[in-house]
Design a protein around this ligand. Structure first.
Ligand code: PEP
Ligand code: MG
Length: 578
């Protein structure tokens, strides 16, 4: 029995066999063959196997994920059935007397190069990607190697991977995937964030899970504690079944608070909001008693599409969210591409430090057409609910002013066209760059609100990459330096009669909540699944006592350990567990 430790990224406990989602070894030797007919027959068998596999994947994807996700596999079937490609491979086997693997690589490589060279034709670029995927599958069939594919999982499993991209994560079928565990990543990497919105338990940053676990090993994933047990004993399985039941009971207790107000013991009301990535997430927000959407990450709209989403497509998505929230506030963030969120059709230069590079508002201010499309869609949708707009990654007041005046221009243009736009739309910024946090008192005079993005604010303040588990010990939400910045931002907004929210993961962190309450945070926006436990915690806390606690943490504590001990003591007292 082996234990592995990692970072608990999405609550829950799961017990199921492992499914390894790792790169297979597709290496082979180029050899001469005498019996070319036999070699062509081998190729035909591999083509038939690939066809069977892709058809099965397409059917599963159609069933579990919908038509859009299944389309790519239709395209793969077309490539596979294209005689231009398959006949050329067969001719190469016959003419050059080489093995099928080599002929396949030569011919598919030539087509891929050809299509790739048509740079301004996105259709051809996609065909190149399709040929690459299909030829890899045929090659795997020739070599007798199994190709993993998340969409094909049709029995309960725990997915094991080096890393999962947001699109891999989106493909996981919740019906069968009980949990996932990765080598790299942190609590705020986007796969972790998506795991929470999909409510799949997850552990990230184990460093070595793909080396330790084999396909089919029985696993226990304790994503409450960040522990993985590989091939556990029967006694351990029984123990964890009980633990899973206790967690389910606890969740049922929290669920009773779904329609309750978010008030502290002494009657102070705060707003508990949720972060979403797509309109589909709104049902989870409402089911968990969310009072608002505090962050709609619109970049997923761009990432889920093969090309820039049009104004109408965006309008429909924003309208859907606003309407489903029925008048409750919805903070929509303009697109935040860059960092770990890539967009294949927006060719960004390769950067040494993507998190410090060309991303978010920096792209929007540079590529105004794209920004304008998004602002027009947002303004048109504004009449369908309570819209607030927020700019990400603002570093300077000049950036904010430039974005705001462009917004005003786009709005005036729409009004001149006779399009209805809501009155009083609040326009705010994310505080996620230390420079903006330090100058919050200046920003507060010009913005309508702040939302603190601690996922980035912590990485920039501590100079510790949020994705890098080697430096995850420096990723310290309760470091007094971070607390001092947060307090300054909240105080600065209040001095100007504005409000401050937090949409970084820290807002739902149960150790941070008492401190944030004490600092006067107005809105807490988190994964929907954290709302009810936070509401439960708030009912036990006294806001004045928490104010004293936060002041003490900022003024007297020197380390994270001291802060944690201070909070643990106060919470134990408040919840009667002292
Ligand atoms: C943040 O940085 O805290 C944030 C909410 O934005 P994202 O996680 O999308 O970078
Ligand atoms: Mg951010």
């Amino acid at each position: 029995m082996t234990y592995l430790a990692g970072i608990a990224a999405s609550d829950g406990i799961a017990i199921a066999p492992a499914y390894l989602l790792t790169e297979p070894d597709l290496s082979f030797e180029r050899v001469a063959v005498a019996d070319t007919d036999a070699e062509v027959a081998r190729l035909d068998a591999a083509l038939a196997q690939a066809k069977e596999e892709i058809t099965a994947i397409r059917d599963l994807a159609l069933d579990a994920l919908g038509e859009h996700e299944a389309q790519v596999f239709e395209a793969h079937l077309l490539v596979l059935g294209d005689p231009e490609l398959t006949d050329q491979i067969k001719n190469t086997i016959r003419n050059e007397k080489v093995n099928a693997e080599a002929a396949l690589r030569d011919v598919s490589g030539m087509f891929i190069q050809l299509f790739k060279s048509m740079e301004d034709n996105p259709y051809m670029q996609e065909r190149a990607a399709d040929i690459k995927d299909v030829s890899e599958r045929v090659l795997a069939a020739l070599l007798g190697v199994k190709l993993p594919s998340p969409a094909t999982i049709s029995e309960e499993a725990i997915v094991i991977a080096h890393d999962l991209t947001p699109s891999d994560t989106a493909q996981l079928n919740k019906k069968y995937v009980r949990a996932f565990v990765t080598n790299i990543g942190g609590r705020t990497s986007h796969s972790a964030i998506m795991a929470r919105s999909l409510e799949i338990p997850a552990i990230v940053g184990t460093k070595e899970v793909t080396h330790v676990v084999k396909d089919g090993d029985l696993l226990i994933v304790d994503a409450l504690e960040g522990k993985v047990l590989v091939n556990p004993s029967e006694a351990e399985v029984a123990e964890y079944r009980q633990k899973a039941q206790a967690f389910a009971d606890q969740k049922a207790e929290w669920a009773k608070l779904v329609s309750a107000p978010s008030v502290t013991k002494d009657g102070k009301h705060v707003e508990l909001a949720a972060n979403i990535g797509t309109p589909k997430d709104v049902s989870g927000v409402l089911a968990n008693g969310g009072e608002a959407v505090g962050l709609y990450r619109t970049e997923f709209l761009y990432m889920d599409s093969a090309d820039f989403p049009t104004e109408d497509e965006q309008y429909e998505a924003y309208k859907a969210v606003l309407e489903s929230m029925a008048g409750k506030p919805v903070v929509v963030r303009t697109m935040d591409i860059g960092g770990d969120k890539e967009l294949p059709y927006l060719e960004l230069p390769h950067e040494m430090n993507p998190f410090l590079g060309y991303r978010a508002i920096r792209i929007s201010l540079d590529q105004r057409d794209m920004f304008k499309t998004q602002l027009r869609a947002l303004l048109r949708a504004s009449v369908h609910g309570n819209l607030r707009i927020m700019f990400p990654m603002i570093a300077t007041l000049s950036e904010f002013r430039s974005a705001k005046s462009f917004y005003e221009e786009v709005k005036a243009e729409l009004v001149a066209e006779g399009v209805a736009v809501a009155d009083g739309i609040q326009v705010g910024i994310m505080i996620e760059i230390p420079a903006a946090a330090v100058l919050a008192h200046q920003f507060a005079k010009e913005v309508d609100f702040f939302s603190i993005g601690t996922n980035d604010l912590i990485q920039y303040t501590m100079a510790a990459d949020r994705m890098n588990e080697q430096v995850s010990y420096l990723y310290q939400p309760y470091n007094p330096s971070i607390l001092t910045l947060i307090k300054h931002v909240i105080d600065a907004s209040h001095a100007e009669g504005k409000w401050t929210g937090m949409c970084g993961e820290m807002a739902g962190d149960q150790t941070a909540v008492p401190l944030l309450l004490g600092m006067g945070l107005d809105e807490f926006s988190m994964s929907a699944t954290s709302i009810l436990k936070t509401r439960s915690l708030l009912t036990k806390l006294d806001s004045q006592e928490m104010k004293a606690l936060a002041d003490k943490a900022i003024n007297e504590c020197t380390t994270v350990d001291e802060v944690e001990a201070l909070v643990a003591e106060a919470v134990a007292k408040a919840t009667g567990q002292a």
